[in-house]
Structures are given as structure tokens and as C-alpha cells.
Design a binder for this molecule. Structure first.
Ligand code: GLN
Length: 455
């Protein structure tokens, strides 16, 4: 009730939600009844959770921020949503996002932008700005996001929240509307590291319905976070600072808070080492070939027949005419831009020059991570180059928007886990600054241990 009241009070200004779950209070009553009947419930039972609209929910529309899916209610729950329900969390509603998760500001949503609760004239990050803003504005205590190139970690950073992109394959992608399947991961957005760990414990684990799901048995991330809360918890841990992601190009207040955080890590017993990842320089370029290539293929299913919108051309026409009129009306400009880029990069004459080269760069970036993790246990960088920028500032300049992802994209290309978490406010503008922690694949627990130390 308190969260629904808070949504009613502030969401007119913030616009974090696209849909509110009308059943939320009924579900809460059922959880209360189960508790009263002595049923043994998990640690997050009864806690409301906001769900990014990229995730399929059987009882709520799932639009991925696009007109082409407006009003579409999926016939099934994403595995992560089913897990939330099984653990007795209460879905509060669906959160706003850049259309098909393409963007860094939530301004590409077909349903209007989300505003940053710290300053309503500023972006809440993207693509999962709705989930991060909902958490930061106390409209929801927990949220789910998806991260293909930073869409959990960057919104967390610019709203003063905690966001985690798990190891690729650690959390099921079944029922997450695909952007780029080799990069997408679902993960938690919360106010504390322990909350993120508890939520990750609920949504993680093997899913036979996702062909890239890992079969690992994962440790308790909540235990890892609790271990990090103890003094001197990082004794002997080697923390690598990525040279290429520190200094020039970063806002001065971001760099200042980042270096203060390094000092805190040292005080907790960690050893700080500088490491170089020379190929990170090419990560954004490679990503913006691989992502559009995969996205153009994934979005081919929105053909006016199988899902959502159908536009009939005036005077009738062929199936192709209906398809093209629907895609023309249903997709926004950023989605069209990426479909064209991806289709071009995959076309017969250019495949080797663009997509093929980008895949080679991806391998080089993975090798940079391997070399770095041979020297250190975790890597750190600022989570984003700047604090939240103004709404409209980068909307007309796609390159400027893309470059904002320089810090977060390498982890997706390599499949390694990353966390964004708050480390104070930038002195020059009073807005939240985030640090990013990255760990080797499967070592997500280290993020929670280290993250809890910094809180
Ligand atoms: N901002 C990045 C992009 O536009 C990241 C998106 C994401 O992680 N979904 O592709």
C-alpha cells in the first residue's frame, strides 16, 4: 500500500512506470495469509518488486517500450518473473525503458521519457531508467533490469542505486524480449548491495529453457554481501584499476569520487594495482556492429502477424505491404537506425569487413580480461563517464549517446559480471556518482563482497 501510495504521489513527475499491477494488494494478502498459516517463506516474501517492461508477464502488458507491442499481454511469464512469484515477491508493475532496450537515457521509449528523481530535468540513465528511477524515488524497494551494454549498471550509477549484470548465462533470458542474445543478461536494481544479492539469489540458476544458461550451482550472494560488511574483509584481495577507463574523458567529480573509493578499498585491506586493457578502446565500435546485427535479426519477428500492432495500408496491399506499413509505424527512429545498421553489417558483401571484424575485436577484449584477471581478483572503473546529463542533451547525437557506454560495454562483450554502485555525489553538480566492479565469469560473489565494503 505504501509503495502504491508513493507511486500515486510521485510517478506523475518521474514516469518510472508504464503499468501498475492491479492485483498487487490481493497478492500481498495471499502472502500474509500464507505466513499466518505458518508456511515457511523466503527472505523476500511479501516485498514488492518493479519489473522492466522487457520481461514477459502473463498478467500485465509487456511492450519493451515500443508501439509495436502496445497492449500485448504475453501468454507466459519470463522465468525470472516466475521465480519472483514462487519466492512470494509481489510484482508492482512494469517499468519504462528505451524502446527494445536501445539507449542510455530512456528518452527512446515510445511512451515518453522517465525523469531522474534527483533532478527531474535530467535523464535516469538507460535503457532501464524506469527501474532505476522507481528504486531511487522509493516507488519500489527492488526492481529487475536487463543489461546488454550497461542498461542496469549505468542507470544505477546516475540514480545512486545498486545494479548488477550477472555472469552471462547466470540468470535465465527465457521470456526476456531479446535485444542482442549473446550480450543480454537480466539482473537486480536495488538501494543496497545486500538487497541486490538477495534478489540475485532468487532469480539466478539454471533454466533448461535458455540454451545458454549455465548449469553451475551458485553460492549464496547474500552471504557474500554479509561477509563484505565485516571490517578488513578485503585482506589479500587484488583490485585492478583499468588504466584506459580512468582520467581523460571523465567528469572531474566522477574521477575524484572514484579515487576516494579506491582509498576506502585499500583501508579494507585490498591491494590496488593498475592494469591495462588496450583493446577496450575498440569495445564501443565492435559493440555497435555486433548489437545491431543481432538486434536486426531478433526484431524480424515483429512482422505484423505474430505479435501486437498491425497497420493495413490504405487501399489494401500484399503481406509485404502490411508488414512494412506496420514496421514503419511501430518502430521508433533509434530502432530503425539499428535495424538498418545491422542488416548492412550482415549483408553478403560486408559481413567479413564489419561483423567478422567486430567478432575478432570481441575476442581481443576477452583476452584483455583474461590477462587482467591473471593479475588481479576484480577490476574497477567509474560506472559512467559523467553524472546524469540533461534530458534532450544527447538525443540528436547518436554517437554521443553511444560513447556514454564506454565503461560498461566491455563486460557484456566478455560475458563477465559487473556491478554499478553509488560512491557519493559529484561536488560540481551534487549528482550521484557510481563505481563499477567487474569480476571473472562465475565469480559474481566477489562483486557483492567488494560492493558491501564500499557501502
Ligand atoms: N546503451 C546501450 C545501447 O544503447 C546499452 C543498452 C542495454 O544494455 N540494453 O545499446
Amino acid at each position: 500500500r505504501a509503495h502504491l501510495d508513493r507511486i500515486a504521489a510521485v510517478d506523475g513527475d518521474v514516469h518510472a512506470f508504464l503499468h501498475i499491477n492491479a492485483q498487487a494488494l490481493d497478492t500481498a494478502a495471499l502472502v500474509d495469509a500464507a505466513r499466518a498459516a505458518g508456511e515457511k517463506l523466503g527472505p523476500l516474501a511479501g516485498v514488492p518488486v518493479a519489473i522492466k517492461d522487457v520481461l514477459c508477464t502473463i498478467d500485465m502488458p509487456s511492450t519493451a517500450g515500443s508501439k509495436i507491442l502496445e497492449g500485448w499481454v504475453p501468454p507466459y511469464d519470463a522465468t525470472v518473473v516466475a521465480k519472483l512469484r514462487a519466492a512470494h515477491l509481489i510484482p508492482l508493475g512494469k517499468t519504462n525503458m528505451d524502446e527494445f532496450a536501445m539507449g542510455s537515457s530512456t528518452e527512446h521509449s515510445a511512451f515518453g521519457p522517465t525523469h531522474n528523481p534527483w533532478d527531474l530535468d535530467r535523464i535516469p540513465g538507460g535503457s532501464g531508467g524506469g527501474s532505476a528511477a522507481a528504486v531511487a524515488a522509493y516507488e519500489a524497494p527492488l526492481a529487475l533490469g536487463s543489461d546488454t551494454g550497461g542498461s542496469i549498471r549505468q542507470p544505477a550509477a546516475v540514480t545512486g542505486s545498486v545494479g548488477v549484470k550477472p555472469t552471462y548465462g547466470g540468470v535465465s533470458r527465457y521470456g526476456a524480449i531479446a535485444l542482442a542474445s549473446s550480450l543480454d543478461q537480466v539482473g537486480p536494481v536495488t538501494r543496497t548491495v545486500l538487497d541486490a544479492a538477495l534478489l540475485h539469489d532468487v532469480i539466478g540458476g539454471h533454466d533448461p529453457r535458455d540454451s545458454t544458461s549455465l548449469t553451475d550451482v551458485w553460492p549464496s550472494f547474500a552471504d557474500a554481501a554479509r561477509a563484505g560488511q565485516k571490517a578488513e574483509s578485503l585482506k589479500g584481495l587484488r583490485v585492478g584499476v583499468v588504466k584506459e577507463l580512468d582520467g581523460p574523458g571523465f567528469q572531474s567529480g566522477v574521477t575524484q569520487r572514484f579515487h576516494e573509493a579506491l582509498t576506502l578499498l585499500e583501508q579494507a585491506g585490498a591491494e590496488i594495482v593498475e592494469v591495462s586493457a588496450p583493446n577496450f578502446e575498440y569495445a564501443v565500435a565492435a559493440y555497435y556492429l555486433i548489437l545491431p546485427a543481432e538486434a536486426s535479426s531478433n526484431l524480424a519477428k515483429f512482422d505484423s502477424v505474430r505479435f501486437g500492432l498491425r497497420v493495413n495500408p490504405v487501399g489494401g496491399g500484399t503481406v509485404e505491404d502490411v508488414m512494412s506499413a506496420t514496421r514503419e509505424a511501430g518502430f521508433g527512429p533509434e530502432v530503425k537506425r539499428r535495424i538498418i545498421l545491422g542488416t548492412y553489417a550482415l549483408s553478403a558483401g560486408y559481413y567479413d569487413a564489419y561483423y567478422g571484424s567486430a567478432q575478432k575485436v570481441r575476442t581481443l577484449i576477452q583476452r584483455d580480461f583474461d590477462a587482467a584477471f591473471a593479475q588481479v581478483d576484480v577490476l574497477v572503473s567509474p560506472a559512467a563517464p559523467t553524472t546524469a546529463f540533461k534530458l534532450g542533451e544527447k538525443l540528436e547525437d547518436p554517437m554521443a549517446m553511444y560513447l556514454n557506454d564506454v565503461t560498461t560495454i566491455p563486460a557484456n562483450l566478455a560475458g563477465v559480471p559487473g556491478m554499478g554502485l553509488p560512491i557519493g555525489l559529484a561536488p560540481e553538480d551534487g549528482l550521484p556518482v557510481g563505481i563499477q566492479i567487474m569480476a571473472p565469469a562465475r565469480a559474481d560473489a566477489r562483486l557483492y563482497q567488494l560492493g558491501a565494503t564500499l557501502e
